[in-house]
Design a protein around this ligand. Structure first.
Ligand code: IPM
Ligand code: MG
Length: 363
């Protein structure tokens, strides 16, 4: 099994190092190869997603991704900005199904910005369509307006669009995933205003006919944003388009106390996937050894479960993380009174130690 490691920018390399340490401790005979991506790749090879990196990603059985982006690249033309690396990987590898779980670990209830009773036991899953919508729709660009409110002036435009098969396949993913959970799906749209999302709603409803055992409801995205912070536990599986999913998943992440805890998976139709923490590159704390590596470590666990058929190894990592949290270790982002503040490396070492202890007690 070959894993492509793409650490990227900012805190990416630091958190990746900890995840690799954890994978190594499992003794699974994984082959890994590292390649540059994002700003780091731009510096080294003049492009955020060099051909060689894309080739490695295509060859590998799974991809573990750190994070990309830094304000210092904001002035580059769009095609050369670090974010294009992740967008390019999603597009070239057909990674259309993005899983973003938001789980509030009991040990971290106090770190949430919401009242503990609203988030204790929270376990929701946002399934975001990842290769369509306004993110990739053509045409897009700048031009001189010929109509609208100010004809003759400069304007910019993007295109929101979804084809029927694109909506169908993500709807199937959502319903099938719901079957393994609590059999409830909320489809989030903006059907009251947008043609694209009226179509989305119609197609999701049509696909639902094949899943009579799963409950489906529809919600407008503005209401969904409100309900997420008002009564998040009402949700189970949420399925939505690329842009709404981008926004809602950040909000959902914060409910759990820290975006530093949340893994994500982006899968193609054969369950080959790219795994990355839900947080970004955090250039403001890069190199300080304070970043939380747990989201990346948990992403590695997701990778073992979804793409590498190693569910037991995934379980081991997840329970090791629980154990470490239970023992009171916290990186600064999840620290609260009465717990012990540790750095990136110490957190990674603690997870490795917890894994090893488990093995000893079992044998
Ligand atoms: C995410 C990020 C990306 C996105 C950026 C970095 C292109 O915000 O994965 O949510 O908008 O999809
Ligand atoms: Mg985002």
């Amino acid at each position: 099994m070959k894993i492509a490691l793409l650490p990227g920018d900012g805190i990416g390399p630091e958190i990746m190092a900890e995840a690799v340490k954890v994978l190594d401790a499992l003794d699974l005979k994984l082959e890994t190869e590292t390649a540059p991506v994002g700003g780091a790749a731009y510096e080294a090879q003049g492009h955020p997603l060099p051909e060689s990196t894309l080739k490695l990603a295509k060859q590998a059985d799974a991809i573990l991704f750190g994070a990309v982006g830094d304000w210092k690249y904001d002035k580059l033309e769009r095609a050369l900005r670090p974010e294009q690396a992740i967008l390019g990987l999603r597009k070239h590898l057909g990674l259309f199904a993005n899983f973003r779980p938001a789980i509030c670990y009991p040990q971290l209830t106090a770190a949430s910005s919401l009242k503990p009773e609203l988030v204790a036991g929270l376990d929701i899953l946002i399934i975001r369509e990842l290769t369509g919508d306004i993110y990739f729709g053509q045409p897009r660009g700048r031009r001189v307006a010929v109509d609208g409110h100010f004809p003759g002036t400069e304007e910019a435009f993007d295109t929101m669009r979804y084809s029927k098969p694109e909506i169908e396949r993500i709807a199937h993913v959502a319903f099938q995933t719901a079957r393994k959970r609590n059999k409830r799906v909320t489809s989030v749209d903006k059907a009251n205003v947008l043609e694209t999302f009226q179509f989305w709603k119609d197609v999701v409803t049509e696909v639902h006919a094949q899943y009579p055992d799963v409950e489906l409801d529809h919600m407008y995205v503005d209401n969904a944003a409100m309900q997420l912070v008002k009564a998040p536990k009402k949700f189970d599986v949420v399925v939505t388009g690329n842009m709404f999913g981008d926004i809602l998943s950040d909000a959902a992440a914060m409910l759990t106390g820290s975006i530093g805890m949340l893994p994500s998976a982006s899968l193609d139709s054969n369950n080959k996937g790219l795994y990355e923490p839900s947080h970004g590159s955090a250039p403001d704390i890069a190199g300080q050894g304070t970043a939380n590596p747990l989201a990346t470590i948990l992403s590695a666990a997701m990778m073992l479960r979804y793409s590498l058929q190693q569910p037991q190894a995934a379980d081991r990592i997840e329970s090791a993380v629980q154990q470490v949290l239970g023992s009171g270790l916290r990186t600064p982002d999840i620290w609260s009174e009465g717990t012990r503040k540790v750095g990136t490396r110490e957190m990674g070492d603690a997870v490795v130690a917890a894994l090893t202890t488990k093995t000893i007690t079992k044998s």
